[in-house]
Ligand binder design. Sequence first.
Ligand SMILES: Cc1ncc(COP(=O)(O)O)c(C=O)c1O
Length: 450
Amino acid sequence: MPGVDPLKACLQEYRRRTPASRRIHARARKFLPGGNTRSVVYFSPYPFVMARGRGCWIYDVDGNRYLDFVNNYTSSVHGHAHPRIVAAIKEQLERGWTCAAAIESQHRLAEIICRRFRSVERIRFCNSGTEANMMAIRAARAYTGRDKILKMEGGYHGSYPEVEISARPRPELAGEAESPLSLPDSPGIPKGVAREVLVAPFNNAEAAERIIRQNRRELAAVIVEPMLGIAGQIPPRPGYLQFLREITEANDVLLIFDEVMTARLAVGGAQEFFGVTSDVTTFGKIIGGDLPAGAFGGREEVMELFSPERREFIHHAGTFNGNALAMVAGMATLKLLNATAIDRINRMGEYLAQELKKIFAEADVAARVTGAGSLRHVHFTRGEVVDYRSAMAADEIAARVFFFSLLNEGIFISPRGMFCISTPMERRTADRLVEEAGKIVGVLKSLSKR
Ligand SMILES: Cc1ncc(COP(=O)(O)O)c(C=O)c1O
């Protein structure tokens, strides 16, 4: 309709469909700041409130149902309430789920992960991806006796000071693209932290080499997501990860792969998918079967620093580390996520990406679809997306219109454009997304500025 602001129209329809969510959010604001306890799930004017989920569907408190392409930011690889995972959790519940002793399922899940990820010789469990990265960095510092780390601009490794440096900086404040400044992402991060964290643009081998060489005497580790995730599923350029592997080895610096998101790309994770291994790898999301769990593991000589059988060791406690519910849910999840299942969701991700590219190209919408395997992202920009800054060049209004238009038709992707495949999805699930996207390409084209 000429003269109608597409975003306003989408928001009006969203409000009309979600009055109970709106009421609950208003009440929640009295007790939770902004009605929220997990920044990433908030979007304005208010997020819908989920009532339940089953398979690839979720249902909100207003009775709307959505095809869930967010999958709890990729952790729900088998969708919701998968019967085998439910059975594993129920069986454990009957027997109790935590105690201050070793639990056999910890050993079993550790063995499963070590056998899948060939660079992981020893592993430890914690409660989240954030904690896993915290401890992996600690291990690298203890092992090398150095303090600094190098991370990528736009690289997300969780929410604690050391990694909340330049995960989402404002590009206009972040300095030269080749030599990004180390900027705290939010208030409360001590100034000294930024001095210990160096930042490089993703996919830029020369910049990484320069920074590593200049700082080699103080640098403990390079931490990188093999595919930049929250920044927009940006794959590594051919040879980039291999280069990081070689340059870190040559300079005696540890390489940490954050596989919290990418572990689902192959049986052996992104390191198998892209054919490059790390010294230390961090995990979260799928490895605890969608219950709170994280893990970090790697070369025996690094990980043995945690052994309490040593006279001096890295202290790593945690009341809920390796809790039995997450361990059995993780085992059930990884058992289901075999090579056949992974191949199927990866192929579906590829199919969906190709179909979306086709409809955007035919309608001349300024859009790029990035990602690999089952992990994908739509960026509304004409330029190639290879790093954080090229992703930030995308049009935010177009992304918001795309998000709300799909949401109003019962399709849930992330507000910034991320979508991923879960195993209960079928070809027709992917086709629904393409069909709905096809209905709004005209509007998206009218918003395409670049
Ligand atoms: C690549 C990556 N690392 C770390 C994290 C943090 O994990 P958690 O939210 O479990 O702390 C995330 C979360 O999305 C992530 O995507």
